[in-house]
Ligand binder design. Structure first.
Ligand SMILES: [Zn+2]
Length: 164
């Protein structure tokens, strides 16, 4: 890589990062909405690679008494049928669990932007091994929102991640 190529790479990153942060903000708003409803604060959204919002969703295990409604699956279902997921980016406030990681692999979503992997790292190493791009924005806002929730509701949290 020559110097101008390196500069281009750096330039590309500085252009792309704010867009990812904007996408994450949509997922954070969903997580906040879930928290306001008395639910677990995890939000997600699907975007086209050009930045167009397709759908958004949030974990509604508590609200709907339904353990299958994770942020990711909620956003995925709301997007309706898609012929291909090649140009779709998934954004989620937290590293996807095994269930949602399976969904990502099954439907060949290529890029997943996550708010954090501190409270829970889910299947991200497995996703990377499967050549899915995982971009961890290490958002302090995402970390503290969920951390506070887990401290107040350890039983609900363990139920959500399938820990006895
Ligand atoms: Zn999940």
């Amino acid at each position: 890589m020559n110097k101008s190529e390196i500069n281009n790479t750096i330039e590309m990153k500085t252009v792309i990062t704010p867009k990812y942060q904007q996408m994450l903000n949509t997922a954070i708003q969903e997580a906040q909405k879930g928290l306001d409803e008395g639910g677990i604060p995890i939000g997600a959204a699907l975007f086209l690679t050009d930045g167009t919002l397709l759908s958004k969703g949030r974990n509604r295990r508590i609200q709907h008494n339904d353990p299958s409604i994770h942020g990711e699956t909620d956003a995925f279902r709301k997007a309706g049928r898609q012929r291909s997921y090649a140009n779709i980016i998934m954004v989620t406030t937290l590293a996807p669990c095994w269930y949602c990681s399976g969904l990502i692999k099954q439907f060949k979503i290529r890029t997943v932007i996550i708010g954090e992997s501190v409270n829970f790292s889910g299947g991200i190493e497995w996703l990377k091994k499967n050549e899915i791009e995982v971009i961890d924005l290490q958002s302090a806002e995402c970390i503290s929102m969920l951390e506070n929730y887990i401290q107040r509701n350890p039983d609900i949290w363990n139920e959500d991640i399938g820990e006895d």
